[in-house]
Design a protein around this ligand. Structure first.
Ligand SMILES: [Zn+2]
Ligand SMILES: [Zn+2]
Length: 247
């Protein structure tokens, strides 16, 4: 058993709100510099840069968990993580069918870049990504379970775009593995303000949109045998000798 330093919520330049420096290769290099063992690229409602991150990480000693940050009908954000790219591909298919058929406005929201593992430009994603999917949080949860993914409610301490800010509670059909408290607040303070947060395992992450955000962001420590979702799930529950510690 050993410590795996992790940041499970990072945006690449596919997210319209992220800086162009957030290429998969640059994120992996900076993960190495930050001594992170596990990272997840979690772009808004899409995952076109995740495969490049997996390739970029191959010889870097960093595990990339395939993931996405999804917005549900409630305008609540969730981090969805998988062990394998094929699970994320199935997830992407589900999400694509639930996105409204609208185009992104590059000028207003920023461009959505798809690149390869060597920072080469591939294309601009034209579909609107910063939007709610036509699914409820409960429907999202059911699909994540079906695909054996991990579900984390994003930035539950923030005044917008979290399940707590939108509903004030977590519906019983939403099977959260954890809630994420943003870098802006200590978990204890977040729990004080919204006691419901204390009912779930708490994680933190950088939610980085720039390299500076990423490098200065918080780190999670997971004590695991292997860097897999099954082990991370046990760590979040604090069972079988695994544990999750907010840095
Ligand atoms: Zn978010
Ligand atoms: Zn985010």
């Amino acid at each position: 058993m050993r410590n795996f330093a992790a940041d499970l919520h990072i945006h690449s330049l596919l997210s319209p709100c992220a800086a162009v420096e957030m290429t998969p290769r640059n994120i992996v290099w900076h993960a190495v510099a930050k001594k992170l063992d596990i990272i997840a690229i979690t772009d808004h409602n899409a995952c076109d840069n995740v495969a490049a991150a997996l390739i970029a990480a191959q010889d870097a000693g960093v595990v990339v968990l395939p993931g996405m940050e999804v917005e549900t009908r409630e305008e609540a954000h969730f981090i969805v993580l998988f062990d394998k790219m094929r699970q994320l591909k199935a997830w992407e298919q589900f999400v694509s069918a639930k996105r409204p058929p609208l185009k992104n406005n590059d000028e207003k929201f920023g461009a959505q870049f798809i690149v390869d593992a060597e920072d080469n430009f591939i294309s601009i994603k034209e579909e609107l990504l910063l939007c709610s999917l036509a699914i409820s949080a409960g429907e999202l949860s059911a699909k994540v379970s079906e695909l054996e993914g991990l579900l984390i409610a994003s930035h539950v301490d923030r005044p917008a775009y979290s399940i707590i800010s939108q509903l004030g509670f977590v519906p019983p059909d939403v099977a959260l593995d954890a809630v994420e408290v943003s870098r802006r607040m200590k978990p204890s303070e977040a729990i004080n303000r919204s006691p419901v947060i204390g009912k779930f395992p708490v994680v933190t992450a950088s939610d980085a949109h720039t390299i500076e955000d990423f490098m200065s962001g918080p780190v999670m420590n997971f004590y695991l045998e292997q860097p897999t979702l099954a082990e991370i799930r046990q760590a979040l529950l604090g069972i079988n000798g695994r544990k999750a510690v907010v840095d």
